[in-house]
Design a binder for this molecule. Sequence first.
Ligand code: NAG
Length: 218
Amino acid sequence: MLLLILLWFMGLESQGEIKKARRVFDEMIGEGVLPSVATYNALIQVLCKKDSVENAILVFEEMVRKGYVPNSTTYVVVIRGLCHAEKMEKAMEFLGRMKDDECEPNVQTYNVVIRYFCDAGDIEKGLDVFEKMSGGDCLPNLDTYNILISAMFVRKKSDDLLVAGKLLIEMVDRGFLPRKFTFNRVLNGLLLTGNQGFAKEILRLQSRCGHLPRHFKL
Ligand SMILES: *[C@@H]1O[C@H](CO)[C@@H](O)[C@H](O)[C@H]1NC(C)=O
C-alpha cells in the first residue's frame, strides 16, 4: 500500500500534490502501516527527485530514529541527491557516516561523488576521494578511471595531463584495458603540452596493450 502511494508520488509534478501524497503516506504510517527499509528507500528517492534533498534527509533521520538501519541503497540515493543539489560537503559527510554504519561505500558511490566534484571543476577534491578510496578497501573500476582521466583535460594544464598519464598506467597495472580513444587522447594531450618523454612511455604501454596507432610519429 505504501509503495502504491509512492508510485502515485512518482507521477506527480506540482508541489501541492506532492505535499498531499506525503501527507497520505504519513497518515498511513500513523495508522499503523509499518514501512520497511525498501519503502523508506523509495520515499527518499522520490523526495530527492520530486521535492528536495533536505526533505529526503529528514526522512532518512526519521528512519534512523525509528530504529531502521539504512543500507547502502539508502545512502547512495541520499548521496546522489546531495551531489545533484551541489551540496558536496554534506555528501562527503554522508560518505563518512556510511562507513561508520559499517556500510562500506562501494565503487558506484565513490564514482558518483568523484564525477560531481570533477563536473563542478573541483578536480583536486575528486582526486582526494579517489586517493581515499584506493587507500581503503574499495578498488576503482573502469568508470572511475574514465571519469578522472576525462577531467584531466578540462583545465588544459600540463600537470593534469601528467596525472592522466599516471592514471592510465595505473589502470593498465590493475588489469583494465583502456579504450584506444583514451590512449590517443592522453597521448595527444601529452604531446601538446610538451611532455614528449612521457608520451613515449605511454606509446610503449599502448603497444603492449595491442592498440598501437597506425600513424604516430614522436
Ligand atoms: C537495501 O534494502 C532494500 C530493502 O530490503 C533492498 O531492496 C535493497 O536491495 C538493499 N540494498 C542492498 C545494497 O543490499
